[in-house]
Design a binder for this molecule. Structure first.
Ligand code: PLP
Length: 451
């Protein structure tokens, strides 16, 4: 990329001049200049200066099959030549969309066989809010319109998705949480468990949902939404027993269970979906990211029979997007699923790569005085950095220790994400043992440099 290298400074200047970056402090970015990523292959990306960087975040939790898959480029190209787009007032469809829906029905948990397509995780979750309220109206229960999410939950950036989520900083920007949205605490044993065993804490954390449902009145509560593992909130995996209890409580009160698979779907935890990993059956399952491994924007919401019947037969569904079921995105998503299947990435993650990843990270976590907790499952992990792990003293928000560590790692050739004072890792499913060793070496060296 010699041409790009000589142009890095110019590109940075143009970026600064024209782009508004999401989730960034513009002043800070103006000072440092955006990182310009120009190329990717397998588990690596290259910046415009030609530096090769191991992508410990699979892009933004999404490039499950890794970069540089010509097969997907070919599929996109031939679909674009055949039919780049069509939508006859929502009364038409395309072979690519039909084929993807059928394929998804084969891999989603039993009973989830109908799909509504959108373009992002946020749109999927925003759609769920509208469609669930519509569903309850068709059931003759229009008062069921309240949603319960969790503190530190992340479900996207649109107004309804932000309201479903529990990110205080996001809710401080623009509108506050919409009136019909409520939250319960996150099931983080290390932070909130006190003297309770993980199993005891699981019961207590799940009971907080029942308390909230009773407080709001079950007749008013439409749905509970949660990620199998809270991703952007810092990779908070619930203790054993939490999920079955959550499912029991939702069923008991006829509250729909929405399991947000945007990060955990498509093999991340060593099962196709996080709900399978935790052995729960959602009523509604939004998915995005790994659906196309980020090669094109697409999301889908799977609905169970009861809800999809109401959505299909309950009058005109006044909801949708121009690009719902975009044929090029659908064709690419199906080819992505083909690759995950053909290369056995789900069992490989479960049986081989995730156990190795966790073993290596656990060794670092045990040995390094900065690390208080290693959490996560499958190929999704976070190391909690602590001021003093023996007395369990957390860093203050004003102490950007994980960001310092992230910057060091980037210089050494590894991308991870800093969430509060945690280091988050979510590599492509195709990562090799050798690449995990490299990831571990850089992680340990960056921790040493930060300590
Ligand atoms: N849901 C979860 C669990 C996510 O992690 C995200 C994004 O990170 C979203 C929804 C929103 O997806 P998008 O950024 O595609 O709108």
């Amino acid at each position: 990329m010699p041409d790009l290298q000589t142009r890095t400074a110019e590109l940075r200047q143009l970026d600064d001049q024209y782009n508004i970056h999401p989730f960034c402090d513009g002043k800070e970015l103006h000072e440092r200049g955006a990182t310009i990523i120009a190329k990717g292959s397998g588990s690596y990306v290259w910046d415009s200066d030609g530096n090769r960087i191991l992508d410990g975040m699979a892009g933004l939790w999404c490039v499950n099959i890794g970069y540089g898959r010509d097969e997907l480029a070919d599929v996109a190209s031939s679909q674009m030549r055949e039919l780049p787009f069509y939508n006859m007032f929502f009364q038409s469809t395309t072979p690519a969309q039909i084929s993807l829906a059928k394929r998804l029905a084969e891999i989603t948990p039993e009973g989830l066989n109908h799909f509504f397509f959108a373009n992002s995780g946020s749109e999927a979750n925003d759609s769920i809010v509208r469609l669930v309220v519509h569903f309850w109206k068709t059931e003759g229960q229009p008062e069921k319109r309240l949603f319960i999410g969790r503190n530190l939950g992340y479900h996207g950036s649109t107004l309804a998705a932000v309201s479903l989520g529990g990110m205080k900083a996001m809710q401080a920007l623009g509108h506050e949480v919409l009136p019909d949205f409520h939250h319960i605490p996150e099931p983080h044993h290390y932070v909130r468990g006190g003297d309770l065993s993980p199993e005891e804490f699981a019961k207590k954390a799940a009971a907080e949902l029942e308390t909230k449902i009773v407080e709001l009145g079950a007749k008013n509560v439409a749905a509970f939404i949660a990620e199998p593992i809270q991703g952007a909130g810092g990779v908070i995996d619930p203790p054993p027993g939490y999920w079955p209890e959550i499912q029991r409580i939702c069923r008991k009160h006829d509250v729909l269970l929405v399991v947000d698979e945007v990060i955990c779907g498509f093999g991340r935890l060593g099962e196709w979906f996080g709900s399978q990993y935790y052995d729960v059956t959602p009523d509604i399952m939004p998915m995005a990211k790994g659906l196309s491994s980020g090669y094109l924007p697409i999301s889908a919401v799977a609905f169970n029979e009861r809800i999809s019947e109401a959505l299909r037969m309950g009058g005109t569904l006044t909801h949708g997007f121009t690009y719902s079921g975009h044929p090029v995105s659908c064709a690419v998503a199906e080819a992505n699923i083909d690759i995950i299947e053909r290369e056995n990435l789900v069992p490989r993650t479960r049986e081989e790569i995730a156990p190795y990843f966790r073993k290596v990270l656990q060794q670092i976590a045990d040995a390094h005085p900065l690390v208080g907790e290693l959490r996560g499952q499958g190929l999704l992990a976070a190391m909690q950095l602590m001021k003093d792990r023996d007395s369990k003293t957390f860093f203050e928000p004003s102490e950007p220790v994980a960001i310092d560590c992230r910057e060091t790692a980037l210089q050494k050739g590894l991308i991870f994400r800093a969430v509060g004072s945690a280091m988050v890792l979510c590599p492509p499913l195709v990562i090799t043992r050798q690449e995990i060793d490299e990831l571990a070496d850089i992680t340990a060296a960056s921790l040493d440099a930060t300590a």
